[in-house]
Design a protein around this ligand. Structure first.
Ligand code: ANZ
Length: 820
């Protein structure tokens, strides 16, 4: 078959099978109670894409092919597989794209979804498209709003004036995970901290469980560690220092090293600490005020940078040491952050690097109180507490005991995790389902919309660009904005902020379980059946964003009795990045971007799928090489040729018959391949599975070349093995081999281990205890036959010299020992 016709053949069969799968609902997942649901379930999930204007990136099919292989494999193994797809279509990227194109996001997003869907279909992924979701549909975001209400009712959503990450260029606030090194993750624009009234979700209430439950899931260790660090648990103590000039005021500090209490030589407050101006003495007022002002222009990163010079200013006030009652100067220093711990620290220059620098610069005393080598307290005795020579842990215990009994401190655990900023001053997001009463006796009250008012639809507007003022474009939509308080009848305004991009993605995996339910986001029954996601594949960039938020929502839903388990994703895998041919990250500006459409049209989807899987281990970064696709392309061609080429001449060698007619060598390769491909798919080692199948197909070719028999059975099993990877050509082969039903539900071939076993082994032969020969020996030989063979060997006769052995001992499959 010529190259040209094979190309046409591929062009022909791929859409044909895609249509067939659609029409016959080959990938339908059966709801609990339906026929088919009695099978074991398997939930295999991709991170759903945001449908960008660029269409599918060559990196998308990497993870998607991996989950597709697993989904197809599980289906063929008798599982009821849930493998869904949808669109994460609200949010900043979609809006930015629309702004760039000058076309309303509702229009661009719809168009992009169509492109994405066409592209995904052209790759032959086995999604149950009847469960498709799109987060911008009111039928979907109705439930996002409903779930927000649940969080609010549980006290986990609140409004507060907080310092937020404001990005003027994007015209919106950003969540902490959207800010990298003081710049917006998207676009790299500067981000500054400004106070704003915001909706916030209390993820910190779940910090401990989010941390502890990481032990329950099968995730990459690096991702768990990333979450652990992001949650940032610190176990320590709070200590109260009385302010000498204001005896009713106690400055609370948080410390992880309460054992160093006797080495404190100053207290430092964050510039934003509420007591700064109150405790500052008259003489110091001006210098303190100007310092505070100056620090506002620095971001958190600049302030905490270890390499930066420490700065600060003395307030003129003193604190009282809780044990010695000595005076300790109170400073303001911008390396102390207001949003961590209590916004105040006790400075221990001898044992903390930043405090040390600060003390040196300000000429404050540096007193060593721990012998770090011995791990004991020193210089720490006072009239009221004898601490010297205590171990650090004993020291902590004694000091905390003292502080507690004097009501001057207690053990305390703190987390770096911040509450989740849940409002964006943007148009393209879910409206937050609340009203603000603006008139009447209950002015200022916040009302949740009732369930039957949901969805609160996003109004159609002409101007959707950020206003730049910090207010959402929705604030300009008068007829939508102004409404009435249902309770008092007085004027009310709708909330104009929208939800962040990560709202919809925090629960979409639950919606797939019951995507057409109009009465609830999902039924308990469907969650009980489908949960948790058995395999989740997606990018590691979501480690502390989406993957943390979803765990939080799942736990809240668990506490509300809406779901039956408190972790959403049992096994998580991150696919590696596909780099450009030049080994660099693919980007338009580098001009090294590969378009999947072009590859599919040249080589077909099966080749693209095989190639991406053959590139290397799923998790690794690897460069793309278009010319190497030829390798997998030829592999499929070879398989097809074996099935069809010279069929008349070869017919006698490929007849309908059973394996028993087949040569043991071929059977061995076949069953080895079945065994390996099965284990490799389970272990997500797709590249080695493909290598194994290549060996098998070569073996088939060799057999035919030598006019040896290749039974029909063997060809069938080869097609089945290949099906998860290259489903189109496998279906075509399966039908050519006489099947009228799709192979999408199996049967998956089972390896016959007895056929795999090596049929020869190395026999070691000893004469009088000394190794004299080592020869290959067939496993089928009896003990007598082995003895006879050994004694006839020249290498042995040299030693036996014709003598009759006194004893011959045979250790089966290993050793023959001849005693003369
Ligand atoms: C005294 C001390 C002595 C400290 C010592 C450390 C070493 P982690 O482990 O990251 O939680 N700290 C507390 N609140 C702070 C704030 N708002 N801004 C900046 N620094 C703050 O760090 C806890 C330690 O960081 C605390 O323990 C405190 O310094 C400082 F030898 O107290 B430590």
């Amino acid at each position: 078959m010529s190259e040209f016709s094979f190309k046409n053949f591929v062009k022909n069969i791929e859409p044909k099978w895609q249509d067939h799968w659609d029409k016959k609902e080959c990938f339908k997942a059966f709801q609990p109670g339906q026929p088919g649901s009695e099978k074991p379930k398997y939930y295999c999930l991709d991170m759903f894409p945001y449908p960008s204007g660029d269409g599918l990136h060559i990196g998308h099919p990497l993870g998607y092919t991996a989950t597709d292989i697993v989904s197809r494999f599980k289906r063929m193994n008798g599982f009821n597989v849930l493998h869904p797809m949808g669109w994460d279509a609200f949010g900043l990227p979609a809006e930015q794209h629309a702004i760039k194109k000058g076309v309303h996001p509702a229009i661009t997003t719809k168009k992009n979804i169509e492109t994405f869907k066409r592209q995904l279909k052209s790759l032959g992924f086995s999604y149950d498209w009847s469960r498709e979701i799109s987060t911008i549909e009111p039928s979907y975001y109705k439930w996002t709003q409903f779930l927000f209400k649940k969080l609010y009712e549980k006290g986990l959503a609140y409004q507060a004036e907080v310092a937020v990450n404001w990005c003027a260029a994007l015209g919106t606030v950003l969540a902490n995970d959207e800010v990298i090194d003081g710049k917006s993750e998207r676009g790299g624009h500067p981000v500054v901290r400004v106070p704003m009234k915001q909706w916030i979700l209390k993820i910190t209430a779940y910090a401990e469980r989010l941390l502890a439950d990481l032990d329950k899931v099968d995730w990459p260790e690096s991702t768990k560690e990333h979450q652990r660090n992001w949650i940032g648990k610190s176990v320590g103590a709070r200590v109260s220092y009385k302010v000498k000039s204001h005896p009713d005021k106690f400055i609370e500090v948080f410390t992880t090293r309460v054992d160093t209490l006797m080495g404190v030589s100053f207290i430092a407050l964050a510039p934003e600490h509420p007591w700064v101006s109150e405790i500052t003495s008259a003489q110091n007022k001006n210098s303190v005020l100007s310092y505070v002002k100056e620090s506002q222009s620095k971001n958190e990163l600049q302030r905490t940078d270890l390499n930066k010079d420490k700065s600060g200013v003395f307030t003129g006030a003193y604190a009282v040491h809780p044990v010695t009652q000595k005076e300790i100067p109170i400073w303001v220093a911008d390396y102390v952050l207001m949003n961590y711990g209590t916004g105040a620290v006790m400075g221990v220059p001898a044992h903390d690097e930043r405090d040390h620098e600060f003390a040196e610069k300000m000429s404050l005393p540096i007193l060593q109180v721990i012998d770090e080598e011995k791990g004991v307290l020193i210089n720490s005795n006072s009239d009221s507490l004898k601490l010297d020579n205590l171990s650090i842990s004993k020291g902590v215990e004694t000091i905390v005991g003292f502080l507690e009994s004097h009501k001057l401190g207690q053990k305390h655990t703190t987390y770096k995790l911040r509450d989740w900023l849940f409002a964006r001053q943007r148009y393209w997001g879910e409206p937050i389902p609340v009203l603000h009463v603006v008139d009447g006796p209950q002015k200022g009250a916040v009302r949740l919309l009732s369930d039957d008012e949901l969805p609160l639809e996003l109004p159609a507007v002409e101007k959707y660009e950020p206003t730049g003022t910090g207010e959402s474009p929705l604030a300009g939509v008068k007829n939508w904005l102004e409404t009435k308080d249902p309770i008092t009848g007085f004027a009310a305004r709708r909330e104009t902020n929208t939800m962040p991009g990560s709202a919809a993605s925090s629960w979409y995996f639950l919606r797939y379980m019951d995507s057409t339910n109009n009465n609830e986001p999902w039924s308990k029954e469907s969650e009980k059946y489908w949960g948790p996601v058995d395999l989740y594949v997606g990018g590691s960039e979501h480690a502390v964003g989406h993957l943390l938020y979803s765990r939080f929502w799942q736990k809240v839903f668990f506490d509300l009795g809406l779901v039956s388990r408190d972790e959403p994703f049992q096994k998580l895998v991150h696919q590696g990045m596909i780099l450009g041919e030049d080994g660099e990250k693919m980007s338009k500006s580098r001009g090294n971007v590969i378009n999947p459409d072009a590859i599919v049209s040249e080589y077909g989807a099966d080749s693209l799928r095989l190639y991406e899987m053959f590139l290397g281990p799923l998790e690794k970064a690897k460069p793309w090489q278009t010319k190497n696709i030829e390798g997998v392309y030829r592999f499929i061609q070879k398989f097809w040729r074996i099935l069809t080429q010279d069929s008349e001449a070869l017919a006698p060698y490929v007849k309908k018959s059973s394996e028993s007619d087949c040569s043991p060598e071929l059977l061995k390769v076949l069953h080895k391949t079945i065994d390996q491909v099965t284990a490799d798919i389970e272990g997500l080692r797709f590249n080695t599975a493909i290598s194994a199948m290549m060996i098998l197909v070569n073996e088939l070719q060799t057999h035919l070349n030598e006019k040896q028999f290749v039974p029909h059975d063997v060809l069938e099993k080869t097609a089945l093995l290949l099906a998860p990877f290259a489903p189109h050509v496998s279906e075509e082969a399966w039908s050519l081999l006489g099947h009228s039903e799709s192979l999408s539900r199996g049967p998956w071939p089972v390896a016959d281990k007895s056929k795999i076993q090596e049929d020869s082994f190395n026999l070691a032969i000893q004469v009088n205890g000394k190794l004299r020969a080592s020869v290959p020996c067939s496993k089928n030989l009896s003990e007598a036959e082995v003895k006879k063979m050994a004694l006839e060997l020249e290498a042995i006769q040299k030693w036996t010299e014709g003598k009759e052995p006194k004893k011959v001992i045979y250790v089966k499959g290993k050793l023959l020992s001849i005693v003369l």
